[in-house]
Design a protein around this ligand. Structure first.
Ligand SMILES: Nc1nc2cc3nc(NCCc4ccc(CCO)cc4)[nH]c3cc2c(=O)[nH]1
Ligand SMILES: [Zn+2]
Length: 373
């Protein structure tokens, strides 16, 4: 069986696609949601629990892993797959975004970024070569280009200058990438919410040539309407035969609307962070389990869910765990939220295959609006 890195489109419904991404670490069905495993762990989850939700691919972060435990250590210990007990594909983000949102003090120049660790203040540098080398040391299945994600809102000239620097960095990232059978590198489209800049960025990246293309520079506070309108002018320009990955997105409604605009891959901390803050996602929207109304609610979180929280426990029990600040609370609720996100993506994929995505979208939105059971 050839393990050439490739994405095969199996069905389309409007702009939405259902396909399979083939990698050295196995196939993944798309559309897919990637649980965020920032520092080599999907917070509060064992990898058996992550596997049980149906997740096919997880995300790791160059920024966090280079600071602790260090990429060379992970390499010496056999790579990130072995280190975290995940044999499926791993996509690693390239670090620029995390430096801007986490790095203590940082200095950006035309070649890269120098920053202090938010952990111990030690000095570090990231640039296209170092970021790509670190992702290689981690043995990432999918390597992301080193880029800059500008804060929004920003003047078009500033967005243009930032995007053009990221395109120069994309070329250097590609030169630094070591091609291996079944491994891939994704370019990251920038350009803010400016249609012409987005078009210029797509052209710059497709001229270089990558195994997949991400849409960056969004989910930075621009709001859903501007995010969707930017997707409307960007995905149609992106290669039809390559996977499209929208970084940092999002809520269930964001995922639905983005798949319908031609996006295949997603990652977001929302389900895991919500799992630690008592926010439960269900087919009827989200609820806060710290609320007193759940104290005697003997029902499962969701009647449609096969996760451990829903098959073994009640809302009242989860309410108690969060009120008592018990570690099991975040564990069970993270498990549930990830199981819900995976079930949502499986349902959307099935609707694309059946050609019923519009009706399925109406059903999902009506259910989210209907409010808790
Ligand atoms: N390399 C690269 N990485 C990115 C990661 C991103 N992540 C986002 N958004 C995440 C936003 C986000 C942050 C926190 C929460 C939890 C709220 O409870 C949810 C979403 N936008 C992003 C843009 C880029 C980008 O251009 N380039
Ligand atoms: Zn559940």
């Amino acid at each position: 069986m050839s393990s050439t890195f490739r994405w095969i489109c199996e069905s389309t419904d409007g702009l939405a696609r259902a396909g399979t991404l083939h990698t050295a670490h196995g196939p993944v069905q798309t559309p897919t949601f990637m649980p965020v495993g920032t520092a080599g762990t999907v917070k509060a989850m064992t990898m058996d629990a992550v596997r049980s939700t149906g997740a096919g691919i997880v995300l790791g972060n160059t920024y966090h892993l280079m600071l602790r435990p260090g990429a060379e250590r992970v390499k010496q210990l056999g790579g990130l797959h072995k280190f975290m007990d995940w044999s499926g594909p791993i996509l690693t983000d390239s670090g620029g975004f995390q430096v801007m949102s986490l790095g203590a003090l940082r200095k950006l120049d035309q070649d890269g970024v120098t920053f202090q660790s938010h952990i111990d203040g030690s000095k570090h540098r990231l640039d296209p070569q170092r970021s790509t080398d670190i992702q290689h040391a981690l043995d990432a299945t999918i390597t992301m280009c080193f880029d800059e994600c500008p804060a929004l809102p920003a003047a078009p000239e500033a967005i243009a200058a930032s995007m053009r620097m990221s395109m120069r960095w994309a070329a250097r990232s590609r030169e630094a990438f070591i091609q291996r059978e079944g491994y891939g590198q994704f370019g990251i489209v920038q350009g803010g919410t400016e249609p012409e800049l987005r078009a210029e960025s797509v052209k710059a990246l497709t001229d270089i040539g990558f195994e997949g293309y991400a849409i960056g520079g969004l989910a930075v506070g621009e709001g859903q309407e501007l995010m969707f309108s930017t997707l409307d002018v960007t995905t149609p320009l992106m290669p039809n035969d390559k996977p499209r990955y929208l970084m940092g997105v999002g809520t269930p409604d964001d995922l639905l609307g983005s798949v319908m605009r031609g996006v295949d891959m997603f990652d977001c901390v929302m389900p895991t962070r919500a799992g630690r803050t008592a926010r439960a996602y269900t087919e009827r929207g989200h609820i806060n389990l710290r609320n007193a109304r759940f104290a005697l609610d003997a029902r499962p979180l969701s009647p449609h869910c096969d996760c451990l929280a829903c098959t073994r426990h009640s809302r009242a029990y989860l309410h108690h765990l969060f009120r008592a600040d018990e570690i099991l609370g975040p564990m069970l609720l993270t498990w549930h939220n990830l199981a819900y996100y995976q079930r949502l993506m499986r349902g959307i994929r099935a609707a694309i295959v059946d050609g019923t995505l519009s009706a399925h979208a109406e059903h999902l939105r009506a259910e989210w609006q209907a409010g808790d059971w």
